[in-house]
Unconditional design. Structure first.
Length: 258
């Protein structure tokens, strides 16, 4: 049924484990924190900005959701208004001032259907991201490439709806996108929605295995074969298949190799 929008941050916790005769074991837990974009606005309180910065600094991964229509339409005319690129860049610069542990940044362009139709090159979206977030990539992420991986993983949100115009707001910006189905009876056909999760799990699995290597508990777990079936399942799912998938690793390839 989806998740209702809220004006306050919400967190969602997912556990990955298995059941046996002893009970449920949960060796891996993922916590997703969803913070409203309004917290990035220049009008927001210092307290909210600090909350956002601390949340990003303390997270293993940050997912930057990008409205692809705003990114691509008319050479990004409404990109700053909708995607708040400058605010996102300032946030990560503050959050990543001191990096002690590996982190992952995932750019997820959503509503890509219009720009991934037959005959269109997904590289156009990749290049638009690189141009729009040039300051973030070059001056924030690249200098700490040893500790930060960055990937772009576009998603066809519903797969059957494309851009058809927009409604202006009183200030000359965009109020709403007009969308239309590719044809009247077009079924919902989302694509690539699993790719951000595959990158996330790949990154976490790699860091977990590196942390285990050489440690007393890690060696003991290896001897006992604990959680091997779970690790194997996660590794199979997170094995990124680049064939016909419009995604790209921008930096930190070593952090995504186990």
């Amino acid at each position: 049924t989806g998740i209702n929008a809220t004006e306050a941050p919400r967190d969602f916790t997912f556990t990955l484990g298995r059941r046996n005769w002893i009970g449920k074991r949960t060796p891996l837990e993922l916590e997703f924190l969803d913070i409203p974009g309004g917290y990035l606005s220049s009008q927001t309180t210092l307290e909210k900005k600090r909350y956002y910065t601390d949340a990003v600094a303390g997270s293993g991964a940050t997912i930057i959701v990008v409205d692809t229509i705003a990114l691509m339409h008319n050479h990004g005319k409404f990109n700053e208004q909708i995607n708040q690129v400058k605010d996102v860049t300032a946030l990560l610069k503050n959050a990543y001032k001191n990096i002690f542990y590996p982190k992952l940044v995932i750019f997820v362009p959503i509503k890509c259907e219009t720009y991934l139709q037959e005959g269109k090159d997904y590289e156009d979206i990749i290049n638009a991201i690189k141009i729009a977030y040039d300051d973030l990539l070059k001056n924030c992420l690249s200098p700490v490439v040893l500790n930060i991986a960055a990937v772009i993983a576009p998603v066809k949100t519903v797969g059957c709806v494309i851009y058809s115009g927009y409604e202006k707001d009183p200030y000359g910006g965009v109020k709403n996108w007009y969308l239309r189905k590719t044809y009247e009876d077009a079924p919902m056909k989302r694509e690539y929605a699993d790719q951000p999760l595959r990158y996330l799990l790949r990154f976490l699995l790699c860091q977990y295995l590196k942390d285990q290597k050489g440690s007393i508990w890690g060696n003991l777990n290896d001897i006992l074969g604990r959680n091997e079936d779970l690790k194997s399942a996660i590794e199979r799912f997170s094995n990124i298949n680049q064939m016909n998938v419009p995604s790209e690793i921008l930096q930190g390839h070593h952090l995504l190799k186990c």
